[in-house]
Design a protein around this ligand. Structure first.
Ligand SMILES: Nc1ncnc2c1ncn2[C@@H]1O[C@H](COP(=O)(O)OP(=O)(O)OP(=O)(O)O)[C@@H](O)[C@H]1O
Length: 234
């Protein structure tokens, strides 16, 4: 269970090449059971880097290794590798389908793995209960729609969803943005617990104080990115 990026470079398509690469020669590794915190100024490229690490976007050059399996631009990503990477995004409101109850949102990855067209909460009731407990989510809330719960409760549900398939690697982009200190501590605690179970966890956050409380190591994007001097001033 590990994540490694080697010599990764990236420029957003359509951006001015004279402005240089957003990411340049970037190396990063997260071992099994480790929480790595990533901080950088707004616009420096954290979200872009996390999307590359999660194999959602291919790097222009360099490699991403998930559990030792190497991916570079053009390498097809097998479904089981995609499923071994859990992702938590900054805004649970943007990430959650407002028409789906929390139970459906959380168990959707389980249904899709079985080839089902839609989530089947009753079929996955046992696993749903486990996930709700892991995410410290009152099971009563599972019957509600996103607009009927708080941001913190919804983000806990989205963490539960990211854990549904027991990911080997967990990538979190500002998972505690917009949360109060209690929910922040709860969400970071869940992610740290997941690492304790062996998962490699990478978290980007502006809340460096809270993040450094759970991270085994903290990285400054400017320190691992040769484009660091330019990034953040785009
Ligand atoms: N699809 C895109 N096309 C062109 N430029 C983009 C695209 N997405 C992001 N950018 C630019 O790339 C830079 C890095 O964006 P990114 O979202 O990775 O930054 P970030 O460090 O996560 O910022 P924040 O902390 O504000 O979320 C920014 O200057 C942004 O405007």
């Amino acid at each position: 269970m590990s994540l490694e990026l080697r010599d990764v470079s990236y420029t957003h398509p359509g951006t001015d090449p004279a402005a240089g690469r957003l990411l340049d020669g970037l190396d990063l590794s997260v071992g099994a059971g480790e929480v790595t915190g990533l901080c950088a100024p707004s616009g420096a490229g954290k979200s872009t880097l996390l999307r590359i690490a999660a194999l959602m976007v291919p790097a222009d050059a360099g490699t991403v290794r998930i559990n030792g399996q190497e991916f570079s631009r053009g390498t097809p990503v097998p479904r089981e590798v995609r499923r071994s990477v859990g992702v938590v995004l900054q805004s649970p409101r943007a990430a959650a389908d407002p028409r789906m109850r929390l139970d459906a949102l959380v168990c959707a990855p389980l249904a899709f793995r079985e080839g089902a067209w839609r989530p089947r909460p009753r079929r996955h009731a046992g696993r749903l209960a486990e996930l709700a407990e892991l995410a410290q989510l009152d099971p009563e809330l599972l019957h509600r729609y996103p607009h009927q719960v708080s941001d913190g409760q919804l983000q806990r549900a989205m963490v539960a969803r990211a854990l549904a398939l027991d990911p080997d690697v967990l990538i979190c982009d500002e998972p505690t943005a917009q949360l109060d200190s209690e929910s922040t501590a709860a969400v970071l605690g869940m992610l740290a617990n997941r690492a304790a179970a062996g998962t490699a966890v990478l978290i980007a956050s502006h809340d460096t104080a809270a993040l450094s409380g759970v991270a085994d190591k903290m990285l400054d994007l400017g320190g691992i990115n040769r484009a660091g001097d330019r990034a953040g001033h785009a």
